[in-house]
Design a protein. Structure first.
Length: 215
C-alpha cells in the first residue's frame, strides 16, 4: 500500500481493501503485494485525432491532490487487482470522470509508446462484455456516486492482456479498481474464474469506498 506523497492519508487509506477484508469476501486465494503494481506514470498515447490524443493523455495522466494505492495477486499470478482511492481539488474529479467517459465513448482504440514498441489498446463494446459493465455502472450510480466501467484488450492478438477498470466518483473522491489478466478463451475455465473473482472484488471494494453495508 502506498501514497502518492509522503504524508499519511489515514482517511483515504481506510477506504482501501486490505488483506484482512479478503477471507470474508471469499478471496482467500489473493494476497496483498508489498507495493502497488501500477504506481508508474502511463506512457505516451496516441488516439485517432490530436484532440482525442490530448484528452486521452490528460485523462490517464491526471494527478490527484492525494492518493493511496494497493494491489493484490492470486496464488498462480494469473490475476492482478490494482486499487486506488484519490481525492482531487473541488470540481476536478467531475472533470476527470468526464474526460475518462469521453475516452471510452470516442476512442475505440489507441496506441501506447513503450520504448520502440507501439502497443494497441482496444476498448471492448460494453454491450458485449460478459462482465456487464453497464449494469455495474447503474448499480453504483444509484448509490449517489458516478460510475464508469470498461474492458480493454492490449497487445497483439494471441498475446493480449485483458484490463477491466471500474471508476467510481463520490464528491471529490474517486475509486479506481483495475483487473489485469491474459485474454484467453472467453468460454474457458480461466475466463469463468476471472469473472467470479472480479464479481467478488466488485462487491467488496466499491462498498468499502462508499461506506455501504454488505450486500
Amino acid at each position: 500500500m502506498s501514497t502518492r506523497d509522503d504524508a499519511p492519508h489515514q482517511d483515504l487509506t481506510q477506504l482501501l481493501v486490505t488483506a484482512a477484508d479478503l477471507p470474508a469476501a471469499g478471496l482467500d486465494d489473493f494476497t496483498e503485494l508489498a507495493s502497488p503494481s501500477s504506481d508508474e506514470d502511463p506512457p505516451p498515447m496516441t488516439a485517432q485525432t490530436p484532440e482525442l490524443t490530448a484528452v486521452l493523455n490528460r485523462a490517464f495522466g491526471d494527478k490527484a491532490a492525494r492518493e493511496v494505492r494497493t494491489s493484490f495477486m492470486n496464488a498462480d499470478s494469473s490475476i492482478v487487482v490494482d486499487e486506488g482511492v484519490s481525492e482531487r481539488v473541488p470540481g476536478a474529479a467531475v472533470a476527470w470522470m468526464a474526460d475518462m467517459r469521453r475516452v471510452y465513448t470516442e476512442c475505440a482504440s489507441w496506441t501506447m509508446s513503450i520504448g520502440d514498441d507501439e502497443i494497441t489498446v482496444e476498448v471492448v463494446d460494453p454491450a458485449g462484455d460478459p462482465s456487464e459493465p453497464l449494469k455495474v455502472e447503474q448499480r453504483f450510480d444509484n448509490e449517489g456516486g458516478e460510475a464508469l466501467m470498461r474492458t480493454m484488450l492490449a497487445g497483439s492478438p494471441g498475446q493480449q492482456a485483458r484490463i477491466t477498470t471500474l471508476l467510481v466518483r463520490h464528491g471529490d473522491r474517486a475509486l479506481e479498481l483495475t483487473f489485469r489478466s491474459l485474454a484467453g478463451d472467453p468460454d474457458g475455465p480461466e475466463a469463468a474464474r476471472l469473472a467470479t473473482e472480479t464479481s467478488k472484488f466488485l462487491e467488496l471494494a466499491p462498498a468499502k469506498f462508499l461506506s455501504l453495508p454488505p450486500r
